[in-house]
Ligand binder design. Sequence first.
Ligand SMILES: C[S@@+](CC[C@H](N)C(=O)[O-])C[C@H]1O[C@@H](n2cnc3c(N)ncnc32)[C@H](O)[C@@H]1O
Length: 703
Amino acid sequence: MNDYESQLKQLIINHFIRIKQQIIYQQKNKSKKIKLRVLLFKKKSKQRKSYFEKRIIILRQYQQPSKSKLQMGRKRRAMKAKLDQFLEYIHSSEEKMTQEQYLQLVREKVKQFSKKDLKQIQTNYILEKICEVCNDYHHDEQLLLCDYCDDAYHSFCLNPPLKEIPDEEEDWFCPVCVEQKYQMEKEKRSSGGRRSNSKVQKLLEQFNFKNQRDVAQKIQICGKCDDMILYMENEGVIEESEKCIKCNKMYHKECFSKKKESILCNSCQTLIKKQIPTDQKLIEDYFIRGQQESLGNKPYEQDDKKSDKKNKATQDSKKMINENKKEKQDDESDDEILDVDALKEMENMRQTRGRRAKLLQEKEQKEQKQSQKTDKSTKVEQQTRITRQRTQEKIDKLNDQYINDSNKTVNSVLAKKRKKNDSTEFISNKTQINDDSLTQPLAINQKSSSSSSYYNDDCESNMSTTYSSTSNETQAKNTTAPINSKGGVKFLLPVPSSNPIVNLECKQSLIYALKAKNIQFCDDLCYTQQCPKQSNNANLEPNLQVIDLANSIIFQKFKEMSRQGIYAPVVVEEDKIQGFIVRAMDDIKAKTLICEYVGEVDYARNHIFNKNDSIMDLLRTARSKTSLVIVPDKKGNLARFLSGINNTSKKSMAKQNVHSVRFNINGESRVILYAKRNIKKGELLYYDYNAGGFGEYPTQNFV
Ligand SMILES: C[S@@+](CC[C@H](N)C(=O)[O-])C[C@H]1O[C@@H](n2cnc3c(N)ncnc32)[C@H](O)[C@@H]1O
């Protein structure tokens, strides 16, 4: 090759470098690809910086270098050495002409080259490897070549700049390819994960990901805007994002929810809200149906009845051994009969009152409907309010009557008992309470239960209760503690808010939370074939406190209410840190029953490694084989939403306003939550998850 020829060739090549810069710009500017790229490089926010860097890293981590690409790399390095000499020569020749002369010469000569020729030059000399960002070929030691598309990028031109040049063995992918991969993943997801789109399929194959699922997991797509979220499970959150507890989708923080404290995404919120009944009757139905579905018509129901009998038999025999006094036994059996009679009487009264109350309610509803039809003006609203008030007054009267009557019955029973038993102590689990009466829902409305406050007061003044001295401190595993036996506790029935709107809100909030957690409402312990009712034998835990008669009656009454979703005036709210929380909507008196901790009962040994944070101890026996827990995963009530105190912080411990206590009720262990002290309106409800004193529940990070 003579001097002229070689010089010309060099000039052409040199020219090509420059011309290509313009061509690429002109061509690519039109294309989506370049638009996307420009857009990406413009993102300069701090967040976006790491966003980009991490994306590259992610791909680098998950794509294995292919052999052919490495070979290409080696070839390229050899060519690069040649090129360095070549460029040096060109630069020296450039100096000999003016820029104008040079360009003109090149332009003329380039015209003589066909496209093919140009490509030839390109491939032969690989001179076209200019930075896709600055369009310069200098600083080639920092020019990274994409292992997928072969485009070049200065490490310092990347946004953010790459601090370290990746190892040669390591693959590196340019931002555009990463973006393409992302688009591809996006498409894959929007097509429901199916590879219906052939283009997507093709791209996937091109990328040759060995573990596509792995990559897809690393790159999360925002459930709302479909844009990428950087999220690496094992390395923590890279970009500020939120995960919806219902649909488990990831969202950018700003895309998540309009409501500040929400832990559910906007779409799940709307979906659940649509499912929540607004009508009082339908709300009642929800609770009753949930209760029935959770417990009803199960094959083990018959076993339960048998086991009940068995349980009672064991109890009786144990008592016989322990007491060893025939006379006393006879007396107590008399008491049992008395108690059962009294309960039956109360039940009859309750049913009559319930029926009458229902009739009145129906009448009121009819009146309301009629008035709504005729006129929707405020006058009607006033009328409705007056009618409601009147009905309520009537129902209150009925309730008062019922309460007085029932109190009289209870008092007479207690008086007889006291007469017979000089010692103030009596073992109340001998009082056989008809369990069926517990399962029958009571047809009362909210207000009727609110008037039970009188009942509460009466109970407190009239029912003298002392506890069995056997109530030694029972060390419950995590969440339940022995009751403070000093003076005993007289439970109070909850008084729902007098404001019907608040009442409605309380119930609806509970339904919302249950639906969000996919939990079916149930207010009783649910046994299974694997863990039937007889496995909950409270006698296996000798120190478990036996509930006394008075409390047992109040508890029964309470269950009739709670099975219909009637609790103390509390609302379930959402909290970014704690998840669901429970707040008092009205003042709650100390000793008021809050709820029973319920859910599916299972052997504790099956849940040693269960990470569920709502598992509650039910029975702590000497043998781990027979210990039981409550798992409120699928079935549950308000109890599972109450917060816990931080056992390591005095300030947090002072917040405790609820006690959790396990009782032996008819030979069955049950967990009862009740107000530890007077709770003020607006307070959050807290109890000690480690009341047993074992500190097994990790609360050190609790707020
Ligand atoms: C029994 S659940 C309580 C209900 C739970 N908040 C929910 O949304 O399902 C226990 C979990 O609630 C959260 N939690 C309860 N009390 C808390 C507190 N004081 N501070 C922070 N998180 C708390 C913790 O995540 C704990 O593991």
